[in-house]
Structures are given as C-alpha cells and as structure tokens.
Design a protein around this ligand. Structure first.
Ligand code: GLU
Length: 547
C-alpha cells in the first residue's frame, strides 16, 4: 500500500510537516535543568471542582518549585460541553486560590509561543500529525457507518470475543486506495483510526510518578483519533499538544489510567517520548462510615464555587489541600508554624495513590488556625470584599462600622489560649452579627434552671448596678454579688460542693446576661464586647427584655 498517496488523498490541504512544527514552530523550551512544564487542561464545561484545584495545585507546585512553566490549555473540542464564560470561571477560581498561570489561555488573551492554547484552534496541527501517522501506515480512514459498527459488535458477541474495532474485525484496515477513492468520490464521511500493534494479551511497563511502576495491558483497539468533522479525540489531541507544548509532567485524575495504553501507543507510533504521567487519586469522603468518591450530584462541596460563596480564605484552603496532597505536610507545619506554605517542598512520591480523603470539618479546623494568624484588619478587608460579591446587603454596615468590626474580630485572639472563632466569611458575619441591631436575635435559651421571670429579675439588677466604666474585674464582682444575693453560688466550685444549697451558680447568671446582650449562650468575653458595643446599646438590649 502506498501510504504516502493515501495520506495525500485524505489530507490534500495539509502541507506542513511534523518536522516543521517540531523545529520551527514549537522548539524545545529554553529552561533551567530539571524545570518542569505542567498544564491544566480542563474542558470548558462551566463546572470547576475540587479535583481540578487539587490537580492544579500539583501542576503549579511542580512548575514553580523548579522554575518551570504552569500553563492553561483549554480542551474545547467537544462543542456540546462548551459553556459560555467557563474559561473566565476557571481562571478566576484558580486565581482566588492563589494559582496563577504563566502561559496559555489567559484572561487578557493568549500568552506564550506554544499556542494556540484552545484546542479548537489547533486543527491543522492535529491534522498534520494524523497525516504523518497515515503516511507511516499507523493510521487509516474508516468509513464504517453506525449500523456497520453495530453489526460487527453483534458478530463479536455471537462468537464471544471482545467487542470493538481491532485486528481482523477492523475491516477498513484493508481498504485499497481505489476503495478509499470510491468512498471519497461518494462524499462518504470517515474518521481516522489509529492502527494498533498491540495484542489482547500483551502488557507493558510504565513508571507513574505517583504510583510507581505499573504493568498494564496493551492497547489493541484501533481507536478514533480524528472524528468525521476532522476534530481530534482527547486521546490524540492531548498527545499532540503535550508534545508540542513541551509538557514534561501530565498530572491528571486516575480515571485516565484505563486509557493510558492508548496514549502510550500513540506516542510510540509517532516516535515521541511521552511525558511523565502522574495519576492522582480520587477525592473521597466519609459517608455513613464508608469511603466514597465525592460526587457532583450529592456533594455541593465538590464545586469550587462552594468555597468562594461561603468566603473561605484561600490561604486556609491551600493549607488544607496541602495536608491531603502530601503526607508529610502536617509534620512540616508543626516544625515550621510560621513559614509560608510555598516553603514546603512538595513531592509526588508523598502523594496518596489510594484515594485522598476530603473532610470538611478538618478544613474548618485548619481554617480557624489559619485565620488566627491573619491580622484582624486583613480579615475585615477580606470579609468586606466577600460581602461585595456575595452579600451586598451587609457591605454598608461593614463599611460604616469598620473600627468596631475590627475590634469584634480581635476579641480573645491574644494570649496563650487564643479563641478560634473565625472560619469563613458567611460564618464570621453570623458570628459578629449580634453587634448590629438589625441582625441581632436571641438564638439560644436561658439555662434550664432559670425561667423568664427569674431572668428578668436578674437583668433588672444587672442594669441597676451596670457602670460602663467598670473594669473587667469590677464588672464581674458585681455579677458575683447579684448571684450571691439571689441564691446562686458566687463560685461554681461552691455550687459543685453543695448543689442543694443553691439555685445555680454565677455561670448561670452570666449566661442570662450574655444571652440578653449577644443573643447566644457562648461568645467571647462579654465585658469586652460591651466595651465595643457602647453603653447605650448595652442598656437598650437589657431594657428591651425587662420592659
Ligand atoms: N480535558 C481533560 C479533562 O477534562 C483533561 C485531562 C488531562 O489533564 O489530560 O479532564
């Protein structure tokens, strides 16, 4: 068979050669020894999830730790999955979490000399490589219709062999040039299939940078590499792009392991070296005592929008992700409590290959620690910024009460045992909302041993003795006196010794006061809060209850 002639018949308009792209258009990158070139290659479906962020994090760390390049390529060959604005969402979401691309499809246009970075604009490049494969006898046109393919499947089922287009079943493998010409003259649609040399029994070995040495089954199917409209399939497009974009490491989810044999064989057939593959484990969660994959349908926390809508601080999410990305991260953090996360040396061999467990409670705990290290005025700015985008109705009160909000955020954060009240913006606002009359509500109830009438009596006494200028101990002494005079132990330990002698203890009385002023049974120090709220507001809150 004259493959050159076949290639000309199929791709008469493709004049460029692989060597031309190789040498003149996409030359080797001039980077320091050991530099890694990575890419995030999402489809623009509009949904960007934690798995993308997890992978992107690995991409970014590998590239930036080695003075390499972190690139964004948009895999938009599937028209049906394209969503307007999806690329902006990808870029802005990753930027939110501190991941910035060096090259690729960026917001203000494409950056870099290895583009176009949208696969939909790289048609001639794929066609050129496909033509090359046809010339080598490693690819061929297939004119089979859906019905014919169905018929092949039926026959295969009857004789109980694997279904698919391969070996002797791949009937268009043997089309003559005349046969092809006839189809072309007829205007018949065709795909280009890769001609596999693999066998059903064959295996090969490949090193995965996360999983170690893998021994896997060869590909033996003649997969489609160009669809009828000349658009490449993922299998083919990513091979061509990763090669010409000089990508050194491909980080992608473990769902791609099953088709790795196809990619491996295509690389081999073209004569290119494949990049280092790094297949990350699925993100899992505990559900009713068993581990399962995070699901788009069941778990809102899978989407990155979830974290932005609730206002998680990017530093907290980064910190948390690192704990699930590298098993030695937490140890490093204990030894280096104040170092920036980027000082940690991220490595692929410390990644889990059996499912990374995602735990929202742990994220919240980490968030508390991370926010504790961020100065209050920065948290205020972060909160205000979040409000502008996600809760515009509170921006005005945040702006008008800047000084007080910063003070509220700071209560109890000093000392040996600092309070860790702050987790994410939505919760932070809720946490300080008692300050604003418009948002104040009593959400908890009095201690069990105190009814409404008793509470009113205690609050009346509190108001009578209240002096806004009292210092903290003068203030608390007065509460002890009220307690003592009304049958409550002035010290909890006295109550514990003789519970029958008292109605309760000073803690119960304080709870009543806390509830009247803050609306909740637990809060930072009430005296400090009162100082921030001001005398007038404190008195008004009590009066509203006792009237
Ligand atoms: N476009 C593929 C996806 O959406 C990318 C896989 C890869 O990174 O190679 O998952």
């Amino acid at each position: 068979m004259d493959y050159k002639k076949l290639a000309e018949m199929l791709f008469p308009d493709i004049k460029e050669t692989v060597t031309y792209y190789e040498n003149d258009i996409f030359p080797e990158r001039n980077l320091p020894e050991g530099a890694r070139v990575t890419r995030l290659a999402p489809s623009p479906t509009g949904f960007i999830h934690l798995g993308n962020l997890y992978g992107a994090f690995v991409d970014e760390r590998l590239a930036h730790q080695s003075d390499g390049v972190f690139m964004l390529r948009i895999e938009d060959t599937d028209e049906k999955r394209k969503v307007e604005g999806a690329v902006e969402t990808i870029i802005s979401s990753l930027k939110y979490f501190g991941l910035n691309f060096d090259e690729g499809a960026l917001l203000d246009g494409e950056k870099g000399i290895y583009g176009p970075y949208y696969q939909s604009n790289r048609g001639p490049i794929y066609q050129c490589v496909a033509k090359y494969l046809v010339e080598q006898g490693s690819a061929y046109p297939c004119f089979c219709t859906e019905e014919e393919l169905e018929e092949i499947r039926k026959q295969q089922a009857e004789v109980n062999v694997n279904t698919g287009y391969y070996g002797k079943w791949a009937k268009d493998r043997s089309l003559s040039l005349e046969g092809v010409q006839k189809h072309l003259d007829n205007g018949d649609e065709f795909v280009i299939r890769f001609k596999s040399n693999g066998t059903e029994e064959g295996t090969f070995e490949i090193e995965d940078a996360i999983r170690g040495k893998l021994s896997i089954h060869e590909n033996y199917q003649d997969v489609v590499i160009l669809k009828t409209n000349g658009i490449p399939t993922y299998h083919f497009a990513h091979v061509v792009d990763d090669h010409f974009m000089r990508v050194t490491h491909v980080i992608r989810g473990e769902e791609w392991l099953s088709t790795l044999p196809i990619h491996y064989e295509i690389f081999k057939a073209i004569g290119w070296k494949h990049p280092v593959y790094c297949h990350t484990a699925h993100l899992m969660k505990m559900d009713n005592g068993s581990k399962r994959k995070l699901s788009k349908r069941k778990d809102p926390e899978l989407g990155l929008g979830y974290y932005m809508d609730l206002g998680y601080h990017p530093a907290a999410v980064r910190e948390y992700l690192l704990t699930i990305l590298n098993s030695n991260y937490e140890e490093w953090r204990i030894e280096n409590p104040d170092s920036p996360t980027d000082d940690f040396k991220f490595t692929l061999d410390k990644m889990s290959n059996s499912g990374a467990l995602f735990d929202l409670d742990k994220l919240n705990n980490i968030s508390k620690d991370v926010l504790l290290k961020i100065p209050e005025d920065e948290i205020y700015e972060f909160l205000l910024n979040w409000a502008k985008g996600h809760k515009p109705e509170i921006t005005e009160i945040l702006e008008n009460n800047k000084e007080e909000v910063i003070k509220l955020l700071s209560v109890g954060r000093d000392g040996d045992k600092p309070r860790k009240d702050l987790m994410y913006c939505e919760q932070i606002f809720d946490f300080i909302s008692y300050f604003f009359d418009k948002h104040f509500k009593i959400v908890d109830s009095y201690p069990e041993n105190i009814n409404d009438e008793e509470a009113k009596k205690l609050l009346k006494l509190y108001l009578q003795t209240y002096d806004h200028n009292d210092d903290q101990s003068q203030w608390f002494d007065k509460i002890r006196v009220i307690s003592h005079e009304n049958g409550y132990a002035a010290k909890p330990k006295d109550y514990k010794k003789n519970p029958d002698m008292y109605k309760g203890h000073v803690g119960d009385v304080s709870s009543v006061i806390r509830l009247a002023i803050v609306g909740r049974s637990s809060s930072p120090d009430v005296w400090e809060l009162q100082q921030i709220m001001g005398e007038e507001k404190v008195r008004r809150r009590i009066e509203n209850i006792i009237k």
